[in-house]
Design a protein around this ligand. Structure first.
Ligand code: HDE
Length: 727
């Protein structure tokens, strides 16, 4: 935790980044006994409890300017939320290169491995309002602002590498379809409703992204365990003016992990702030989340040999075709001081670029370049949002834009135009088009101005099929279940039918499985005949890509269980000789163990000593943990065995594929699964990820090892009884 000064503000530390220094200048001081409470103009108040009235029981007087200032400010405390990505969480940190990228780009922040570039990152969901739950099925935003010496560079990406639509013209339609339906404003933060699937089923270009959104990527375990993608193809340009195409990736150190759907829904009620809290707490604990920046670099000349169009944002470049080079790391090491001032007011824009990075003609990206400034005008109340501390570049900026709402800078002098001879610079000032400034990359143009989609964008299914074929059996089942759930919520049968018809173009088995849950039969010919749909198939040299599978993205740090949360169930009479070494081993592997008991008070051990408890069972359900450890001890086991909530806790963890370990008599809580003793090897083998330890100190290391291995695999989907456990 940062040191606090007397007024409560974080005190500056040695070696803080330029952005931190800049932000420090804006930290407001809290009122103290010495300062008293003042109005916004600095007038010290003598009373902050009573409005000015005509007599103690008389009407309030309009002349009470103090009351009016306070209420007026309060009335305007809420600003319009973002039209998309309204719900989010942010953090500060830095980016550092592994090696210079000068061969490819002249961008100053990509030259020197010694240099740390300050960043602010905001993660978000897309569809929900500001107060919606974190764990809904949705795409996640992954927006990074680099405060570079050449100005701010924003990499405004998502946790999925492709997008629903190919052209910016369709974005408002997509968002109108997915947002709550306009007549009754339902459902909140969910795509499982008619208008979304009506649109999706009529727009086959959405198919590839739908596969991602319906996979477990749509319900991440943590922001810290998500990949990020720039989505569009961009350009890198070096000092000599040579350009290459580039795709940006963020690879999380903690691996890529998802939730179970049942679990995600329950967390939405239990802790709607689950992802926000997870990020905040990890940073407060000093467990700074890390990602590596990856680049796929593609020679301009080779781009047309890939078998698909890299300007099409519904296509990814398989890593097997163009490997991802990891070039640096992003570390988030500081929570914001104030959510509104920083996370809410931060304004990202794909058009915030620096020399050495440039755009491609992706028609979705081109539309974004207009939208982001435009949206801030109403959201942040005017054209001067770049002066808000979180949005300020760390390098100075100079121009002749003047005035407007909320202008902070005080401009001096009389000349606010260029060229001039009367300005402060003295002499003649003009912008001469010289080489120091940003130069747009000169790609060949000269083509006619048309409103058309390139035929090279027409293959909507090959990459959706690649994604499907790359998944493991459990991941495939989850995708099928997600489609069934979403389409099951759709009231119009013709929408459901159109959607399963589209899926038949991806894979006959997928379509059949989804359709059977809805009482339908897919008809691939029906979909192919619809207006506006042109079936085209490109040729991909691969049928599967391991990089598209979440299970093949394990953690890359030194602690296999870093930041995983383990619930430890105890009660009076707990046996600690066997428990303590297991807890120690888990902690050494990086896990966080929280002790839960029937009540929030210390329990008595078998030997009559006190054992500290972190939470009462009722306040922390198993969906908030990654694994469960049930302690041994005869009396403790008996006490837990009488509690329905303890059985529910363990069974739910089992249902959600989590590692479960029971010690000694704690095995009573596995009775429902037909498991009681470690010796029952045959029965145990049927329940992967379930560890039954004998209790006691002697065999504890062995038990801990098996449990750590089980947690390391994140989820065990191949459990025979999972489906039959009541939710
Ligand atoms: Fe955005 N998007 N977007 N988007 N987007 C916004 O900007 C828009 C798109 C993304 O944490 C808005 O300041 C259009 C793709 C993120 O503050 C708005 C189109 C990708 C965030 C906007 C797209 C994104 C936004 C709303 C299609 C992934 C949150 C508030 C042409 C590469 C940033 C705001 C944050 C936010 C428009 C498509 C990512 C309205 C018109 C593709 C992560 O300007």
């Amino acid at each position: 935790m940062a040191r606090k000064d007397a007024a409560g503000a974080k005190a500056p530390r040695a070696g803080i980044s330029p952005k931190q220094q800049q932000m420090q200048a804006f930290v407001a001081t809290e009122p103290t006994a010495a300062t008293g409470l003042t109005t916004n103009q600095g007038l010290r108040l003598s009373d902050n409890h009573n409005s000015l009235k005509a007599g103690a029981r008389g009407p309030t007087l309009l002349e009470d300017f103090i009351l009016r200032e306070k209420i007026t400010h309060f009335d305007h405390e809420r600003i319009p939320e973002r039209v998309v990505h309204a719900r989010g969480a942010g953090a500060h940190g830095y980016f550092q290169l592994y090696r210079s990228m000068a061969t490819y780009t002249r961008a100053a922040f990509l030259q020197d491995p010694e240099q740390r570039t300050p960043v602010f990152v905001r993660f978000s969901t897309v569809a929900g309002s500001r107060g919606s739950a974190d764990t809904v099925r949705d795409v996640r935003g992954f927006a990074v602002k680099f405060y570079t010496p050449e100005g701010n560079y924003d990499l405004v990406g998502n946790n999925m590498p492709v997008f629903f639509v190919q052209d910016a013209m369709k974005f408002p339609d997509l968002i109108h379809a997915v947002k709550p339906e306009p007549h009754h404003e339902m459902p909140q933060a969910a795509s499982a409703h008619d208008t979304f699937w009506d649109f999706a089923s009529l727009m086959p270009e959405t198919t590839h992204m739908l596969m991602w959104a319906m996979s477990d990527r749509g319900i991440p375990r943590s922001y810290r365990m998500m990949e990020g993608f720039g989505v569009h193809t961009f350009r890198l340009v070096n000092a000599g003016g040579d350009a290459v195409f580039v795709k940006f990736h963020w690879k999380p150190r903690l691996g890529v992990h998802g939730l179970a759907w049942d679990e995600a829904q329950k967390i939405a009620g239990t802790d709607p702030d689950f992802h926000r809290r997870d990020l905040w707490e990890a940073i407060e604990r000093g467990e700074f989340p890390e990602w590596e920046l990856g680049l796929q670099i593609i020679d301009e000349g080779k781009a047309d040999q890939l078998g698909f169009d890299i300007l099409d944002p519904t296509k990814l470049v398989p890593e097997e075709m163009v490997p991802v080079q990891r070039i640096g790391k992003l570390v988030l090491d500081r929570n914001p001081d104030n959510f509104f001032a920083e996370t809410e007011q931060v304004a990202f824009h794909p058009g915030h670029i620096v020399p050495g990075i440039d755009f491609s003609n992706d028609p979705l990206l081109q539309g974004r370049l207009f939208s982001y400034t435009d949206t801030q005008l109403s959201r942040l109340g005017g054209p001067n949002f770049h002066e808000i501390p979180i949005n300020r570049s760390v390098c100075p900026f100079h121009n002749f834009q003047r005035d407007g709402m909320h202008r902070m800078a005080v401009h001096r002098g009389r000349a606010a135009y260029e060229p001039n001879t009367l300005g402060q610079a003295g002499g003649e000032f003009r912008v001469d088009g010289g080489p120091q400034g940003f130069q747009e990359f000169q790609a060949a143009t000269g083509t006619p101005r048309i409103r058309q989609r390139s035929p090279s964008f027409d293959d909507h299914f090959s990459q959706a099929a690649l994604f499907w074929h790359s998944q493991g059996p459990a991941e495939k089942e989850h995708i099928v279940a997600a489609f069934r759930f979403e389409l099951g919520k759709v009231e119009h049968p013709e929408v459901r039918q159109r959607m399963v018809d589209n899926l038949a173009h991806v894979d006959a088995m997928l379509a059949r499985k989804v359709a059977s849950g809805l009482g339908l039969t897919p008809d691939p010919r029906a979909a192919a005949g619809r207006a506006g749909f042109r079936e085209a198939r490109g040729k991909l040299p691969i049928e599967e890509s391991a990089a598209l599978r979440m299970a093949s993205q394990p953690p890359s740090g030194s602690h296999p269980l870093a930041t995983r949360k383990v619930a430890v169930l105890v009660a009076d009479g707990v046996e600690v000789q066997g428990l303590r070494p297991v807890l120690q081993a888990l902690q050494d592997a990086g896990a966080h163990c929280l002790v839960l008991a029937p009540q929030l008070s210390p329990v008595a051990t078998e030997g009559g000593r006190q054992f500290a408890v972190d939470h009462a069972l009722a306040t922390m359900p198993s969906v908030l943990f990654d694994a469960v450890l049930v302690a041994g001890g005869e009396r403790a086991a008996q006490a837990l065995d009488t509690l329905g909530s303890a059985h529910h806790f363990v069974l739910q963890a089992y249902k959600h594929g989590k590692a479960v370990c029971v010690l000694g008599q704690g095995a009573a809580l596995l009775r429902w699964l037909g498991l009681a003793a470690q010796s029952d090897a045959q029965a145990l083998a049927r329940h992967p990820g379930v560890v039954v330890g004998p209790g006691g100190a002697e065999r504890a290391p062995e038990t801990a090892k098996a449990f750590i291995e089980a947690i390391g695999r994140h989820r065990h989907w191949d459990r025979p009884l999972a489906e039959s456990v009541p939710g």
